[in-house]
Design a protein around this ligand. Structure first.
Ligand code: SF4
Length: 385
């Protein structure tokens, strides 16, 4: 079968679906936040719809220039032990193997990596592998970036084969949006799939964690690519932020979760999108997102209801457990400080909060209850919405 040639676009002037005025604005935005996409992805956009969700993901928008957010709100740099290697949770390392993606999502929380002045980029693969080898507590390695599948198969194999030589590394996860931007990366490269299959051993699996944000990304080609990976013994899952104008309707999320589950890519996290510079057009307040998420879960099966609504905060992965009439209840799903794991935190509600810090900043204004799971919650907490 002939290979499908995918074209990458980095020049706004080559984006035919934009008018001259739109190109002018998009050029200014792209000067600040890098632009890159594929012709395949652009072909999925409905040109008749100015609010097309995939258009919002792929094409620069003037609202990105609003003064808003921080470059690294989760303080990933604080946990960077070597350029390209983060060690935040005791048993897990994040290996940023590249700073390039098939397309740069406008909502990306790592857009700081796409700047020339970033010093978090991988410089020395072998130093990162040595660090993982010397830290026996690391069981999980997440290959991320950038998009690891943009690397050549031989380069990716070199990394994975080195990791497989380390006895304490069990799960290797690959975070990618290849299936949405370029499913032909899977469909046309049998060597890639057989390599992943080879290293996805019965007691040490390879996971591909996708970032599929909207049902329109789930094309026949994406389904074929998923099927090929599943048949090769790769385990698939999906995580996505909740994004204004993309998937902020309960029915859109229900459809996304159901369709993904049907093709073997269950949703496991729905993230509050981090308050990153340039991302204000995508912001959905924490509590609004919770209610959208809960409503979406009403129309899906138990399989899809395993998804959790979380925030990747500096201190850990914080899950929203419930929102009552007056309070919001969080727990540490993962904690950078192991002593916080499982801790439950209750705050007065703040409908405008976009991030966990917006609650903690209210501490002096309002009473904050912190208790462990073994203590009784307040009576009001029992009427959970
Ligand atoms: S594919 Fe992932 S890392 Fe790349 S731009 Fe999109 S969200 Fe960011």
């Amino acid at each position: 079968m002939p290979m499908k040639k995918i074209h990458y676009l980095t020049n706004i002037d080559k984006v035919d679906i934009l008018s001259d005025n739109e190109k002018e604005v998009a050029r200014r935005v792209a000067d600040k936040f890098a632009f890159r996409t594929t012709d395949y992805y652009l072909s999925l956009i409905n040109n008749e719809n100015p609010d097309d969700p995939l258009r919002k993901i792929a094409l620069p928008n003037k609202e990105e220039l609003e003064v808003w957010g921080r470059l690294d709100p989760s303080s990933e740099s604080k946990y960077t032990v070597l350029p390209g290697l983060e060690h935040k949770y005791r048993d897990t390392a994040l290996f940023l193997v590249t700073d390039v993606c098939f397309g740069f999502c406008r909502f990306c929380f790592r857009k700081r990596l796409f700047r020339n002045d970033s010093d978090e980029k991988i410089k020395d693969y072998s130093a990162a592998i040595d660090y993982i080898r010397n830290h026996k507590e690391i069981i999980n390695v997440l290959l991320t970036g950038g998009d690891p599948l943009i690397l050549s198969t031989s380069r990716l194999e070199k990394i994975i084969s080195e990791l497989r030589k380390i006895p304490h590394v069990k799960n290797i996860r690959i975070g990618t949006k290849a299936l949405a931007y370029n499913p032909y990366r899977i469909l046309d490269d049998d060597k890639l799939v057989s390599m992943l299959s080879y290293y996805s051993e019965p007691d040490k699996r390879i996971y591909i964690i996708n970032d599929i944000n909207h049902p329109h990304e789930i094309t026949d080609k994406l389904k074929e690519a998923a099927d090929k990976l599943l048949k090769a013994g790769i385990i698939l899952a999906n995580q996505s932020p909740i994004l204004r104008g993309v998937n902020d309707k309960p029915e859109t999320l229900s459809q996304l979760f159901s369709e993904l589950s049907a093709i073997g890519i269950p949703q496991y996290y729905l993230f509050v999108n981090r308050p990153v510079v340039g991302n204000s057009p995508f912001a959905v307040p924490v509590e609004e997102g919770w209610f959208i998420f809960k409503k979406a879960l009403q129309n899906v099966s138990g399989l899809e209801r395993r998804a959790r609504y979380v925030m990747s905060h500096e201190t850990g992965k914080i899950e929203v457990l419930a929102v009552t009439e007056k309070h919001i209840i969080f727990t540490y799903h993962r904690a950078a400080n192991p002593e916080n794991t499982g801790k439950v935190m209750i705050f007065k509600r703040n409908p405008n909060a976009g991030w966990f810090d917006d609650y903690t900043e209210m501490i002096e204004e309002f009473a904050v209850n912190q208790f462990t799971k073994t203590q009784e919650p307040e009576k009001e907490i029992l009427s959970i919405n």
